[in-house]
Design a protein around this ligand. Sequence first.
Ligand SMILES: [Fe+2]
Ligand SMILES: [Fe+2]
Length: 209
Amino acid sequence: MYFTDDRIDELRAKVKGRLSEKRFVHTLGVEDMAVKIGQLCLPDSIDELRVAALLHDISKEYSEAEQFEIAERHNISFTEADLVAPPIWHSITGPLVIADEFPSFASERVLSAVRNHTGGDPDMSVFDEIIFLADYIEDGRAYIMCEQVRNQFFELAAAAQSRDDYIQALHRATLSSLENTIKWFVLRGRSYHERTEHTRKAIMAKIER
Ligand SMILES: [Fe+2]
Ligand SMILES: [Fe+2]
């Protein structure tokens, strides 16, 4: 689906009215980064990447009770694994909110990228992966681990000679971000969503050695 610049500007203004200042600044960072990665890996989809980035955290600031209510209203039940991971709930409710409140932006690719942006998915598309990585390495993320992955991606991209090389850079950086996330949970003795581990294995299999 193609979105004009005017419609994207309108969407950006609407999203600004829905999010806290901090979350909106992060969202703009994800939009910028999705464009940068997209220009290398998926240059014909920049407009749709912008839309997915702008909407990716649309329900992140809803309370747990509100998220439950939205899921219930759509007959979606959280799995056991979902229940112990409240930070991923907004990737379940986000697509529902987008379909209800932003139907003209609810393309299959936008909904899929929002659904997969937190825990990942073993079947993530390149489009999904761009939003996933952009969320982790947007310029506002100052953690050392995020900076390292950002540098890794752009260093690999600088040496790339083909679209396939750019996509390999995307896979490698995404794998690093998943490994960091898993390490973070393990170091704290906390459990993490099983999907993150399945995604890590699937991305590893896509990397050419
Ligand atoms: Fe998120
Ligand atoms: Fe985010």
